[in-house]
Design a protein. Structure first.
Length: 472
């Protein structure tokens, strides 16, 4: 069969942001590999990374004439998928449409209602479900497919509950050749050398109230074997990549496993720069040192707040002291660029607590802080709680994020929080000690110098960066 795989841009008018925050569409690249392995013919279009127009996609579709058109969507990408799919269906009414990704995982029924041209939604991990769906097309026994939602005679039906893939070593490596001509060169708005993305493990056992990662995998964490993962890194190096971004939600959960990975990197002579995210309570100094020795350059911590009461409200399971120690350890280990994320606007959070967080950020020895307003997304505790209490109409906001401050009666007003985020960025970047530390680190780190000089234009367009960050 022929499959057209599309990573659509967001439905709105911020394609510029899409291109600047683009990364290879890893989920779709995994699906592509599985389809090819099963003998199917595929085309993949990353509209986000390549900025191709809808018209160009329709032309490709018309020429390729796929049996199945598959979209991967998170958030407002579903709007883009709906828009493109309607046009494709007009030309090719026999192609069947599948939506997969985070959005259909939590919004399948809403998708069918809003977009009548969608035939199937695959919820959760798609590698096994899509193959089962292809088989079911012959038998028509859709009810036996895990994670599938479908329509029969305009009635929405569900298959079996979604299921996690037990042995993730068995999943073929994502097909990077499909996007080899796209230059993904910006991470969080900062220009970098060409990079690719990897997943050494899947899922997360925690359940922070603002995050949907745990709901995606029922609080499950599965790791690939170290050798299986290193085999992929070797291929990536052979393909000419120098930079790798880890998309793991829980890379550092098992410190010993990370040490085995770093040992393997040394033994196999792999030379790649890495970027990763980690929890502050898994920020072991010995592990960081080995990571730095084997190429780790940028680490990103979810610090979220300087107030223990707020961290506890989020059920984050960390302490403020752990954040300080994590940053200290990353510094001691020689990490070139340390980023921490913070959220303002937790329900019941006071103005004083927000002030405390901003002061804390200016003192923390990091290179950059990402500061956001608390947002509700489908699949999170906060979303479910607000829906349950009647603060939020899910049918209105499922495709576009909603700031908690706009809807929650116990939250500070959103306009106040928006101003505070802007003020926080300004105060942090203008803080004399923060600036002095930057200059010092710039002189010490060749990597940081490279990053800094290739981003001079971006730094000059400081307001644009703020916009970008605010939009994210
Ligand atoms: C990387 C990432 C991004 C990147 C995406 C770049 C890229 N090209 O990949 C960027 C930075 C752009 C991004 C943006 C956003 N993101 Co994001 N992102 C992630 C992250 C960390 C990893 C995604 C990933 O690649 N996972 C690995 C792959 C293998 O998994 P996958 O994509 O889910 O694919 C699997 C299945 O979903 C399925 N599948 C996927 N596509 C398809 C297609 C078909 C046809 C089939 C059959 C199956 C299928 O099979 C795949 C293999 O098993 C996730 C966290 C997470 N754990 O998912 C958050 C996450 C998805 N993001 C999230 C959010 C909130 C956002 C933003 C809204 C943030 C913001 N405020 O701007 C935006 C939304 C952008 C938009 N489109 O509207 C939330 C989603 C919340 C929700 N419930 O909707 C998550 C879950 C993080 C969280 N903390 O909760 N994000
Ligand atoms: S914020 Fe991080 S630790 Fe918390 S549930 Fe999400 S991925 Fe897991």
């Amino acid at each position: 069969m022929k499959f057209l795989l599309i990573n659509p841009n967001r439905g709105g008018t911020i394609e510029n942001l899409d291109a600047r925050a683009a990364a290879p569409p890893l989920g779709l690249m995994y699906i592509a590999s599985v389809l090819v392995k099963n003998g199917h013919e595929i085309r993949l279009i990353d509209q986000v990374g390549s900025s191709v127009s809808d018209d160009k996609i329709i032309k490709v579709a018309n020429h390729f004439n796929p049996d199945m058109t598959c979209f991967s969507t998170m958030g407002s990408q579903t709007i883009g998928a709906g828009r493109i799919n309607d046009k494709i269906k007009e030309l090719l009414p026999n192609t069947k449409t599948i939506l997969g990704g985070v959005s259909p995982t939590f919004n399948d029924i809403r998708i069918f209602k809003k977009y009548p041209n969608v035939d199937f939604c695959i919820k959760g991990e798609g590698e096994e479900s899509i193959i089962d769906l292809i088989k079911a097309l012959k038998t028509k026994k859709f009810e036996n497919v895990h994670g599938l939602s479908y329509k029969i005679k305009n009635k929405i039906k569900q298959g079996l509950p979604r299921k996690l893939i037990e042995n993730i070593d068995k999943i073929p490596f994502p097909d990077r050749d499909l996007v080899k001509d796209i230059k993904y060169g910006a991470i969080s708005g900062f220009r970098t050398e060409k990079f690719t993305t990897v997943l050494s493990s899947r899922g997360c056992p925690y359940a922070c109230r603002y995050c949907s990662c745990s709901a995606l995998v029922n609080r499950n964490w599965r790791a690939r074997s170290v050798n299986n993962f290193l085999d992929e890194l070797e291929i990536i190096q052979d393909q000419g990549y120098k930079n790798v971004l880890f998309f793991d939600d829980g890379l550092t959960i098992d410190n010993n496993r990370v040490l085995e990975i770093t040992k393997g990197i040394k033994e196999r002579g792999i030379k790649l720069n890495w970027y990763f995210e980690g929890r502050v309570d898994h920020a072991n100094l010995k592990m960081f040192k080995e990571m730095v020795k084997t190429g780790a350059k940028v680490c990103y911590f979810g610090a979220e707040s300087a107030n223990q009461r707020i961290l506890d409200w989020y059920e984050k399971g960390i302490t403020v002291e752990q954040t300080k120690l994590a940053v200290k350890n990353a510094r001691k280990a020689g990490m070139d660029f340390v980023i921490a994320s913070f959220i303002l606007g937790c329900p019941t959070e006071t103005k004083e607590e927000i002030e405390n967080t901003i002061k804390f950020i200016t003192k923390l020895d990091i290179d950059f802080a990402q500061i956001s307003r608390l947002t509700a997304y489908p699949g999170t505790f906060i979303w479910d709680d607000m829906v349950k209490k009647g603060y939020l109409d899910p049918d209105k906001y499922w495709e576009n994020e909603v700031y908690v401050g706009l809807k929650h009666p116990e939250s500070l007003p959103d306009s106040y929080l928006r101003d505070k985020v802007e003020e926080a960025y300004t105060r942090v970047l203008k803080n004399k000690k923060f600036k002095a530390r930057h200059v010092f680190r710039l002189l010490k780190s060749r990597y940081k110098q490279k990053l800094f000089f290739s981003n001079l234009k971006v730094f000059r367009e400081k307001d644009k960066i703020y916009d970008l960050i605010r939009e994210k």
